[in-house]
Design a protein around this ligand. Structure first.
Ligand SMILES: Nc1ncnc2c1ncn2[C@@H]1O[C@H](COP(=O)(O)OP(=O)(O)OP(=O)(O)O)[C@@H](O)[C@H]1O
Length: 815
């Protein structure tokens, strides 16, 4: 039986970012244990301290012999008691230390009764202040170190006496007392005055009462007292009656409630406190004590849970697993001597004169000229006299280049939005734009972009920071040796300096096998790979196809997750996940950005053709919303490498110097890249304007030290795992089912029969297929009896003489 490759691609186990934050909330058991521990500690300290008052003197010698078992201590809590009391009372705060026993006891009680934490903190704060106050107060009266003030009280006194004297200390203590009373007991001058008034009136009433005792009894008063008593009795009866009425009303209401809502009845019957004793007889007295249970408003479940989770654990922090991760320091990047722009006045003047002269030779007058000096080129902006055609100047590009005897002159006519014509002339001494200078720039450091890249400096020496997430994919092209690899390293370095390993993952494809190998060291921090792959950096073209297809599966999975979470893009999704509104048990997880870097795309297209182009195009079309971004570099910007479909989906493009105008057109849809001067001189466009940039230079040793720095830190257990992809070739077998044949089977048959040559490479060429797929079709042809068996290096024999015979054979198969 033929094996059907119907296996669904499995979703890989992607590493989960676990989170756990210690909660300060105690459950009932923990509260009981901790509370009783404090209560017991309070009691133990108290016993030890009291005992110290009697046995302290005798135990003096034993304190220093704590480890010696033969020496016994008289303290009621033995050696520990003696040692602790000595520490707190003699060496510490004197008898004010008793306060600590109380504080510990009180803390225990608070914990047991689940009192708010703030109360415990307050008690300790004020308690400690009291301890100090008393210790200093007692220290004031003692003339030597003793247990009344302890060493602390005595020493503070001693110190204060030197600086503010005895009177000063007393005033300080009084002031401290007033402050304490004012803050702690809210004492105000008014409340003190009221206190005095009350005391005064108490004294005078007592005095009056004493006076009354002497006055003879007046009988009329007893009558009055009776009347008052009677009035009180009536009042009491009235109150009682009204209470009974209330009780009856309540009973009726209760019955109504129980009829209306059986749920409420259940609550009431289950509450002990709600038992009401209603007198059977109206004359019977009854006191009603009613406690009505509070009904809490219901919240909607998801919000409530998310709010509660956020309140308990805080927002989800994807960086928690590598919370100690340190970003590489700036010092790892090199400073260059020839950095920064130097103005060569002579060169400037010379160039200006030549430009004016050349234009004058062609009868083009200039009304003004201005120069902006950049790191590699200087931009001369000219305003031609009225009536001069712009195209006339544009056509003089070569003449100006000749007269300036310089390569790489570019004329921008007109400069968009400026109304001037720009002539870019390379500087004689180009300066380097170091990676350090662009990374250190405020623009980069303070950027809040999703994936910021400090690519280099513009002609006016400004650092250009671009957001890869907004691009959303980047195409880089340039002839060999013009700075592509340096450009890719600058991109990767920027991201390493700004993004935590939890936030971004790289998929690195390096067919040249040497350019990106350095990044192997940060595999478990920043790289993503296929499961069961030994190396994260992909150098083999077959694996590239697997990886690209796997990324497509990852993309589909992510879209599914976004759909389930009702989010439109990765930013919204991650925000929701951080707010704990998405349940990890339902397959949700924090999604890092994935950046796919392909260093030599032309090579891939040459060897695998459509098999690479299709997934790349799919990713480029769809992946922007779910955080997969592609950076593709190529040496050969020809139309069969950068096809229409790829171009259409890569609006952001970087062109280093290329060898022809056609290449420049292929990349940028405009000329200009052929006039660059190389060594990182580049043109960047994001769909509209084109800007000339000097790419930041980052050398291999610098990259090495950055990856070493990161690689030496704690990492995830494995690289980020992409979903498993089961390739087409996995189902190879000689007895292939007709249904399972490749879509291009019929076309392949015709090619083989027409050419009478059974070779896989022929199919590869004609159908633009990868080797694996072509080999699989050959197997199918063999199974169908169209080609013969494998014959080593020779092409297989074709068993069908012509297309008519082929038709017959295929027709017979169907019947
Ligand atoms: N931004 C830059 N500033 C200064 N010099 C640079 C810059 N970029 C590249 N160079 C110089 O050009 C050389 C070649 O650069 P790079 O290796 O990046 O070229 P490439 O385009 O990747 O070539 P290939 O395609 O052959 O790998 C570097 O060794 C360096 O000396």
């Amino acid at each position: 039986m033929p094996k059907k490759s119907t296996k669904k691609p499995k979703v890989a186990k992607t590493p989960k970012f676990k989170f756990k934050r210690p909660s300060l909330k105690l459950n009932n058991q923990q509260r009981l244990i901790l509370g009783s521990l404090f209560v017991i500690l309070g009691l133990l300290f108290f016993i030890a301290f009291v005992s110290f008052l009697f046995t302290g003197q005798a135990d003096q010698s034993t304190i220093n012999e704590f480890g010696n078992k033969t020496i016994e201590s008289q303290n009621w809590l033995s050696k520990s008691g003696a040692w602790l009391s000595d520490l707190f009372i003699a060496k510490g705060f004197g008898i004010a230390s008793f306060m600590f026993c109380w504080l510990m006891f009180l803390t225990g009680v608070f914990v047991l009764t689940n009192a708010p934490k703030q109360r415990i903190v307050n008690q300790w704060f004020w308690g400690t202040i009291i301890v100090f106050w008393f210790s200093i107060l007692f220290g004031f009266f003692t003339s030597k170190k003793d247990i009344l003030s302890g060493i602390v009280g005595y020493e503070i006194n001693d110190y204060l006496q030197i600086y503010i004297g005895k009177v000063g200390i007393i005033l300080l203590l009084v002031f401290a007392l007033i402050t304490y009373l004012a803050i702690r007991f809210k004492v105000t001058p008014q409340s003190i005055a009221a206190l005095f008034k009350r005391a005064k009136s108490n004294i005078s009433s007592e005095f009056d009462a004493a006076k009354d005792d002497i006055i003879p009894v007046d009988n009329t008063l007893t009558d009055e007292a009776d009347a008052i008593k009677e009035a009180f009795n009536i009042k009491e009866n009235e109150i009682l009656e009204s209470k009974l009425e209330d009780a009856e009303k309540l009973q009726i209401e209760e019955e109504q409630i129980s009829e209306e809502s059986p749920k409420v009845e259940q609550v009431i019957t289950s509450t002990d406190e709600f038992e009401i004793e209603i007198p059977k007889n109206e004359d019977e007295e009854a006191l009603l004590d009613i406690e009505v249970e509070k009904i809490q408003e219901e919240k909607s479940e998801t919000n409530n849970l998310a709010d509660k989770l956020v309140a308990d654990f805080g927002e989800f922090d994807p960086k928690l697993e590598l919370s100690n991760f340190k970003f590489p320091p700036l010092d790892l990047l090199k400073k260059y001597d020839n950095e920064g722009v130097t103005i060569n006045q002579e060169e400037l003047e010379d160039n200006k004169n030549r430009i004016v002269e050349t234009l004058n030779n062609y009868k083009i007058g200039i009304s003004s000229i201005k120069a902006t000096i950049g790191p590699t080129v200087t931009l001369y902006e000219i305003v031609p006299e009225a009536g001069i055609r712009i195209s006339k100047i544009k056509n003089l590009e070569d003449d100006i280049a000749l007269s300036l005897s310089a390569l790489g002159i570019r004329i921008i006519a007109p400069i968009p939005g400026k109304g001037t014509i720009g002539i870019e002339v390379p500087n004689k001494n180009a300066t380097i734009v170091s990676m350090r200078s662009v990374i250190a720039s405020q623009k980069f450091q303070k950027s809040d972009m999703q994936l910021p890249i400090a690519i280099g400096k513009t002609i006016s020496n400004e650092t250009l920071v671009i957001d890869l997430a907004k691009m959303p994919h980047l195409l880089m092209a340039g002839a060999t040796g013009q700075g592509k690899s340096v450009g890719l390293n600058a991109v990767l370095t920027s991201l390493l300096y700004k993004k935590h390993p939890a936030e971004v993952k790289f998929v690195l494809v390096d067919p040249k096998k040497v350019e990106l190998t350095l990044f192997n060291k940060i595999e478990r921090h920043y790289l993503a790979k296929l499961p069961d792959e030994a190396e994260a950096i992909i150098t083999d073209n077959t694996k590239v196809i697997h990886t690209l297809n796997s990324l497509c599966i990852e993309m589909d999975n992510r879209y599914e997750m976004l759909k389930n979470a009702l989010c439109r893009n990765i930013t919204e999704y991650n925000k929701k996940f951080k707010d704990r509104k998405l349940n990890p048990n339902e397959g949700h997880q924090y999604l890092p950005y994935i950046v796919l870097v392909v260093d030599e795309f032309a090579d891939l297209i040459m060897t695998a053709g459509k098999e690479v182009e299709t997934p790349v195009a799919r990713l480029a079309q769809l992946a922007r919303a779910i955080g997969i971004h592609l950076i593709i570099a190529t040496q050969r910007p020809s139309v069969n490498v950068i096809t229409g479909i790829i171009k259409a989906n890569f609006p952001a493009r970087i062109a280093f110097r290329v060898s022809s105008k056609i290449d420049s057109r292929t990349i940028l849809d405009a000329g200009g890249a052929d006039q660059l001067i190389g060594r990182g001189d580049m043109l960047y466009t994001q769909g509209n304007d084109m800007i000339r940039i000097q790419c930041a230079f980052v050398d291999t040793p610098e990259v090495e030290s950055i990856v070493d720095y990161i690689g030496n830190q704690k990492a995830y257990p494995d690289a980020y795992l992409l979903p498993e992809y089961v390739g087409e070739e996995s189902g190879t077998g000689i007895d292939i089912d007709i249904e399972d044949r490749d879509k291009l089977f019929r076309e392949a048959c015709e090619i083989i029969v027409t050419a009478q040559q059974g070779s896989a490479s022929l199919l590869q060429r004609k159908l633009k297929l990868g080797y694996n797929r072509a080999g699989r079709i050959i197997d199918q042809l063999e199974a169908a009896g169209i080609v013969g068996g494998f014959e080593g290096s020779k092409a297989r024999q074709v068993l069908v003489p012509d297309l008519v015979a082929l038709d017959q054979l295929l027709e017979n198969e169907k019947n």
